[in-house]
Design a binder for this molecule. Structure first.
Ligand code: FES
Length: 125
């Protein structure tokens, strides 16, 4: 058995990756792989970023107190029913999301904690 490789301490990591200590509450992942992109997922991602920015919720370098991190992701197997949107730590996977659905997801789920059931197709946990 090999000895464990040396790692920086959590404090050293937090000094170079300050988001470790920022008050994030949720992550939103929008699939931008081939099938979801063909169904408009880039516009869905931009709609999330714009809506979260308007609400002051988007975490980014100029708002490190934002509660929601939003990013693209690769295929999750919802290719035939995309665009796929995943919300964590809730483990809620949405399908068929359009830019028009985004304000409802932001208001109901990301602000209110209540998923938009008509678009939910999978739950983890
Ligand atoms: S391309 Fe988005 S889930 Fe497969």
């Amino acid at each position: 058995m090999t000895s464990p490789r040396p790692l920086p301490t959590p404090e050293q990591d937090a000094a170079v990756a300050p988001m470790i200590n920022h008050p994030l509450q949720r992550q939103v992942f929008v699939c931008t792989s081939k099938s979801c992109s063909a169904n408009g997922s880039e516009a869905v991602l931009e709609a999330f970023r714009a809506s979260l920015m308007d609400e002051g919720l988007l975490f980014y370098k100029n708002n490190t107190q934002g509660a929601v991190h939003c990013s693209h992701c690769g295929s999750v197997g919802f290719c035939a029913i995309g665009p796929a949107v995943l919300v964590y730590p809730d483990g809620v996977w949405y399908a068929h999301v359009t830019p028009e659905d985004v304000p409802e997801i932001v208001e109901s789920h990301l602000k209110g904690g209540v998923p938009v059931e008509r678009l939910v197709r999978k739950r983890l946990g």
